[in-house]
Design a protein around this ligand. Structure first.
Ligand code: ADP
Length: 481
């Protein structure tokens, strides 16, 4: 494969090293998906305490490729190594990252020096992008993720880009990397850029905004979320900043790991051509939760939060259950919503099953055994569970927001007759629309031939990383050309 270019990916998390959210999955998946397209990607991330220990276990596997004095209170060095086929550069600066706790917080909440901690990551990223690493590796593009790397495009732009293009991807606009205006100098940002059209943000600083106003391209994780971010209901204060740059904004859907999420890989395997195994999975799931469900068996695998619209579930379930439906919920989160799910399960024994907690293996059994997956989110940058639902012929019933709107085709009569319907979508995210969607899924389920056709359509959707990687590759190419 001809090498088209090199990309420095900059993030605070990366599977399989550190994960607190979907960001880590994307950062970890991109290098492998881009390699076949001729793009060589290295991931630069902090050497948190656990990662330092990993280095200490096998120091020979790591090479120092950068050294930096004066990194906000101490020196730093960058160690290059390979983890599960991934080329990783760890920024080792123990005074910033060698702490007991998570990437962003310790026992008593968020680290108070998070602005400096992630400014350091961004600073080193911009320097390596501009000058190349010590082993001669020089990127053509710097691709940074979320607020943690937001200052990197700013440092690159203000210090001279040396021809390196920059891309900023927003995974969740809710986190904006706020810092006090008094830190401007300490964060090595130019005083003359402190005005509303540049670095100033509601009287302070935001590393995300700094990145948004200085990068060459902005992406987010679905086309609909890209459009939504320019509106006040979704932009969370940054809508004007993003709208002003709309000509460089693109939405690129995340993919899923189709080797992990495949019904053919489940213990009771099935496929679009041999669906019998799905009934066996359903029976196993019902037995495990003591359920007997004559109609469609819905599942929810989710954080139990307001964002995910979980509060709407108790409002719509009575009618759905009355009409023959059932539900299995796997999730954890807001104690009030956990309580609401417990009440629901207690009220409908034999129809509603519940597991509070995080359980990846069980989530596979839910997707394999369920008939429909419910995702009534209020906002959803991309969303993964509706894509698992498509893969497994577990029809998605989703709010038409963000990536949910981009991945599910509503089964209206026209879509059904054209043979493209893959699920049910509803709008707005409220109990009335959700209840209507559930009546539609009940009606569809009552027509087995039609149901099977929509299942087939769903299972044929391409939700792999291949098309997303091609879109990123095209974006990089545009910056190099
Ligand atoms: P978000 O990142 O906003 O939580 P996504 O749908 O993008 O939502 O990703 C959530 C991921 O976490 C999915 O892979 C989903 O299957 C998984 N997940 C969420 N809750 C659980 C749980 N309780 N047990 C197992 N997996 C879960």
């Amino acid at each position: 494969m001809k090498l088209r270019g090199r990309v420095l990916s900059v993030a605070s998390e990366c599977v399989p090293l550190v994960k607190t959210g979907g960001l880590a999955d994307v950062v970890g998946a991109l290098p492998g998906a881009l390699a076949p397209l001729g793009w060589e990607m290295r991931v630069l991330m902090p050497a948190y305490r656990a990662l330092r220990a990993r280095v200490a276990e096998a120091p020979a596997n790591w090479t120092e490729v950068w050294r930096e004095e004066g990194l906000w209170g101490g020196p730093g060095r960058v160690l290059l190594g390979r983890v599960d086929g991934l080329e990783v550069m760890l920024l080792d600066a123990p005074h910033l990252y060698g702490r007991v706790g998570g990437p962003y917080s310790g026992p008593s909440g968020d680290w108070s020096d998070n602005p400096q901690r992630f400014a350091a990551l961004s600073w080193v990223a911009a320097r390596i992008a501009r000058e190349g690493a010590g082993d001669g590796w020089k990127p053509d593009v710097m691709h940074v993720h979320d607020w943690q790397a937001g200052f990197a495009p700013a440092y690159l732009a203000y210090g001279g880009s040396n021809g390196v293009g920059s891309v900023l991807t927003i995974h969740n606009i809710a986190f904006q990397g706020w810092a006090a205006a008094s830190l401007l100098g300490e964060l090595r940002l130019p005083a003359d850029q402190y005005y509303p059209g540049a670095l100033e943000y509601f009287g302070g600083l935001s590393s995300l905004k700094a990145g948004l106003v200085t990068c060459d391209r902005i992406t987010t994780v679905s086309p609909t979320y890209a459009a939504e971010l320019m509106r006040p209901e979704f932009g969370m204060g940054l809508q004007g900043v993003i709208a002003a740059r709309s000509s460089v904004v693109a939405g690129i859907l995340n993919g899923v790991d189709t080797t992990v999420w495949t019904p053919e890989g489940e213990p009771l395997a099935y496929s679009a051509k041999a669906m019998a195994g799905k009934a066996a999975n359903r029976a196993e799931l019902c037995a495990a939760f003591g359920l007997e469900v004559p109609g469609p068996l819905a599942i929810i695998v989710s954080r139990l939060t307001d964002q995910k619209g979980i509060d709407l579930v108790p409002q719509v379930m009575p009618d759905f259950i009355e009409a023959g439906g059932g539900l299995v919920v796997l999730g954890s989160g807001d104690p009030v919503l956990e309580g609401a799910m417990r009440d629901l399960a207690a009220r409908y024994p034999g129809r509603v099953g519940l597991r509070i907690g995080y359980d990846e293996a069980l989530s596979h059994r839910l997707f394999a055994g369920g008939d429909a997956v419910l995702v009534p989110s209020r906002f959803e940058p991309c969303g993964l569970t509706q894509m698992y639902g498509l893969r497994y012929g577990t029809l998605p019933v989703v709010a038409a927001v963000g990536g949910l709107a981009d991945t599910v085709i509503h089964a209206n009569p026209a879509a059904i007759s054209a043979g493209v319907a893959t699920g049910i979508t509803f709008h707005p995210t409220d109990a009335t629309a959700f209840a209507t969607a559930l009546r539609q899924i009940l009606a569809l389920h009552a027509q087995p031939k039609l149901w099977a056709q929509v299942q087939r359509n769903a299972m044929q959707q391409d939700v792999s990383w291949a098309s997303s990687a091609a879109a990123y590759a095209a974006l990089y190419q545009g910056l190099v050309a």
